[in-house]
Design a protein around this ligand. Sequence first.
Ligand SMILES: Nc1ncnc2c1ncn2[C@@H]1O[C@H](COP(=O)(O)OP(=O)(O)OP(=O)(O)O)[C@@H](O)[C@H]1O
Length: 644
Amino acid sequence: MELFTPTLDWSSEVWTSLVWIAEAWAIAAVCTVVVLVLLGLLTTWGRQFWRITGAYFTGPGSVKVWLWLGALLLSVVAGVRLDVLFSYQGNDMLSSLQVAVQGIAVGNTPVKDSGEHGFWMSLWIFCILAAIHIARLLLDLFLLQRFVLAWRAWLTDRLTGDWLDGKAYYRSRFIDDTIDNPDQRIQSDVDVVTAGYGPLPNLPSNGGTSSTLLFGAISAVTSIVSFTAILWNLSGTLSVFGAEIPRAMFWIGLVYVLIASAIAFWIGKPIIWLAFRNEKFNAAFRYALVRLRDASEAVAFYRGELAERSGLRHLFAPVVANYKRYLNRSIGFNAWNYSISQSIVPLPYLLQAPRLFAAEIRLGDLTQSASAFNGIQNGLSFFRNAYDAFAGYRAAIIRLHGLVVANEEARALPEVTTLPCVDGTVQLKAVEVRTPDGQQLIKPLDMRLDVGDTLVVTGPSGIGKTTLLRSLAELWPFTTGTLIRPGGPNETMFLSQLPYVPLGDLRTVVTYPGEEGTVDDETIRATLHKVALPHLVDRLDEAQDWAKVLSPGEQQRIAFARILLTKPKVVFLDESTSALDENLEFALYRLMRSELPGTIVVSVSHRSTVEQHHTHELELLGEGEWRFGPLGPLGNDKPEPAPA
Ligand SMILES: Nc1ncnc2c1ncn2[C@@H]1O[C@H](COP(=O)(O)OP(=O)(O)OP(=O)(O)O)[C@@H](O)[C@H]1O
């Protein structure tokens, strides 16, 4: 009867394992980079991924990114090595027990002692391995989370910048294939893509590297290779109907899992687009809820609850219908995966037990066969199980790519050619404006306004006044011609009918679009007094949803305060006094003229009372015709209303 001998020389295992980890890391690193480059070149989603975030891995600071990735890969490889060592430790523990029991049974003390000693040794080894395992898991989670966080911050910044660049956030409404919910793509899909777990947002509870798609795949491949070597050594020859199959357990396991995976891919294929549509329908529903919240007052005045409810039901119906199909397909997919995972459990025991009974292997060899088999089957089935998760992940990549493409197309749309002027004048040269369907709104228009000139644009509703302003602000793509105007930051201002009210305190609201802190509080307070908002001077620190607090008339007075604070050389006003009474309108125009006498003012208005503040008129006559000329002397041809 043989004495117990451990499966590994544990005394030199630290060095052996370190060498193994170093070699495996180098091989895994090279193979991973090669595979990723091939995926980036050969697959659509790989190209899309690279277009979205490739700069993070090549731009300035990418050395740190690669070092971080290298550290994560090291953690993955070390994890696999630990699994391998655990399998040997498990083998030693059970085989030593078997030897000890056999020694007791035949009264052979040296055999019994060798088994007993081996058992205690294996327990000590377990303690050491377990301590390293726990430390690795925690470090792994920390490193991964910090990596994902840094990447997400970078990608969010890049995509918000890309969306805002060249007014893509506005002009993308004019492209052929408009996209839905860019806001949700930036907030949610960036999270999903950088987390890399599948369709899930990033959370520490999702797990460490081995739960992610990339490192999970690397871990799976490394496990397969490592456990294959173990299984190969433990496999014996099997005789089936007279035919001898050498290394039978290895080959049977491999064929079984490959066939199971191929069938799973076939069943799971529709899950990719079902997951995509699930997110799309949910996003549309969410957007409708947000719009209802934003327009709550208008809806409430209309008593529009019934209409809103049926609209929301209408939007939620496809969520349910699609989800049913998604669920059915997922159940079929899971049914297959669970069946495969369960039915494979007894296979190694079935194949190895006869060899144990024939005393060809020990008990520990049997259990190590099972764990090695399990390691390989887990590794191979990773790809099968991750298919579903990958489908959701790919859908997020597709959505982000859609956003990047839409931004680019929006920037490529034509716009009026804008040149900076040297003398502070505004000149329009052959500016022609059309509707999206090609109808001419304004025939080529030539015009010049000198410093201090004021122009009112008039014409019936729907004639194209606002669209002319949109064209001059480089928002409207269906336009040609040249605009020459002061080109410095905020030297030319455009104000829409209802000014935009940003989130934040009142100070931020009044000084918009200037950056916070550029104007001192005293100046802001004095300006609020001038625009007839004295009741707001003590509320600068208050953070509110000011768009809902301030009346439209107050918001329009805030717009005039912004003009006084920004001191533009040219200002375009689109119905900017429509919510004010005539006295206030008169006072604000007078204030603007006296404070900024050199500023060129262009106003769009229906009100005849606005005309008195202007020196020139551009009248839009319909069918593209227009008339441009001077008005009477400022204020002389119209009666003055009483000051406010
Ligand atoms: N995004 C758009 N897509 C298609 N047509 C548009 C779009 N925006 C405006 N139009 C059309 O362009 C024409 C001019 O609209 P615009 O808003 O410039 O008129 P307006 O003179 O400012 O009207 P109002 O005095 O009522 O504000 C209208 O027929 C309008 O329907």
